[in-house]
Design a protein around this ligand. Sequence first.
Ligand SMILES: CC(C)=CCC/C(C)=C/CC/C(C)=C/COP(=O)(O)OP(=O)(O)O
Ligand SMILES: [Zn+2]
Length: 443
Amino acid sequence: MEELPSITVSQREQFLVENDVFGMYSYFDTSDISTQKFMVEIQRDKQLDYLMNGLRQLSPSFSSLDANRPWVCYWIIHSIALLGESLDDELENNTIDFLGRCQGSDGGYGGGPGQLPHLATSYAAVNTLVTLGGDKAFSSINREQMACFLRRMKDTNGGFRMHNMGEIDVRACYTAISIASILNILDDELTRGLGDYILSCQTYEGGIGGEPGSEAHGGYTYCGLATMILISEVDRLNLDSLTNWVVYRQGVEMGFQGRTNKLVDGCYTFWQAAPCVLLQRFFSAQDLVPHGSSHMSQGTDEDHEGHAHDDDPEDSDEDDSDNDSDEDSGNGHQVHTSTYYINRKIQPVFNSLGLQRYVLLCSKDANGGFRDKLRKPRDFYHTCYCLSGLSVAQHAWSKDEDTPPLTRDILGGYANHLEPVHLLHNVVMDRYNEAIEFFHRAA
Ligand SMILES: CC(C)=CCC/C(C)=C/CC/C(C)=C/COP(=O)(O)OP(=O)(O)O
Ligand SMILES: [Zn+2]
């Protein structure tokens, strides 16, 4: 008897994931409209319950995150901000006090009180305080000492170390530059040789690896690209091959994978979609079409209309109307339409509605929170990056953060609308603006 060709472990895993995802999609496609509406709903109340409970009390199983407590604060508080909500005064004060105790006397933040200052937890602490907003949160950051800490982490090869004697990688470069940029302490000493270091991490595939010679990965690609934009050296990267690499990480499941031949995972909704939007906005600002990408998966404007709800009144707004008009989407949100939107419209280089479909149908947990994929448990990291990525996907049709999306850009409509994020720092736009104003005054 002829032997069946054997498949590899990776092929089997991929097959099982596709089976789950397509099973979910076909259940959705054959459901009635009210079931479909329910299935794509973000379910704000459940999300907020899950997040608020996590901020107040964590189970003993979280002890493994003891060196990452500012991260837990950031994942939860940023997720709450994306949903358009804030903390009450008591929780906010407790968070500021707690992060103050994580701050080292020589600058930077550790993973908990008394722990070694580390760039990743410093980034998480600063982003949390920026998200909380207000003078008390902002002035709790010792900017002068932070600048000293960043200088101590700088290596002669142009890159940064994660901590004293720690590893040098693209994450360290990004977290250092993101902090310095937001706190308005970025200078030539910090940027010297950095572009060369990041450039040496772009691989033959087009994406960026963690360090020279490492495999291209979505997390590091986001870090490397955002860093190069923040230090105004982005055009030194091979942007065509980078675009090509990143758009092809969106697979048949419509979610993104982190690297070639690996499985789809909800967290890459942010790590991969943010680079896509950064690149498309960069090209559009220069009126350039990315040459490297033949994978303009969302197709033409007509295809976009094809995705839209047929009864969406905004469909007709693509006409050459000269009159700007504001419509209420039914949720109290004003939706700018017609000329205003058309002039600020952009063609996403990835399938934005497909990505939203993956997150809402496969990554969303029925009890609140988000996860990597079906059958996996929810967690705060995936909740943060699924929501961040969902926001990026919702705003992917806009040339800038100030242009609100149309109802049809958002799967589930404006009831699912999330606050826009600053793509280079991943904090909600309004909170970023308030912080930048404060730290420019403080200089
Ligand atoms: C700001 C900051 C600190 C950014 C971190 C960026 C980030 C997510 C880096 C990813 C690290 C990595 C190699 C994951 C691979 O995990 P895996 O092998 O379990 O996953 P995979 O199969 O999806 O590659
Ligand atoms: Zn993940």
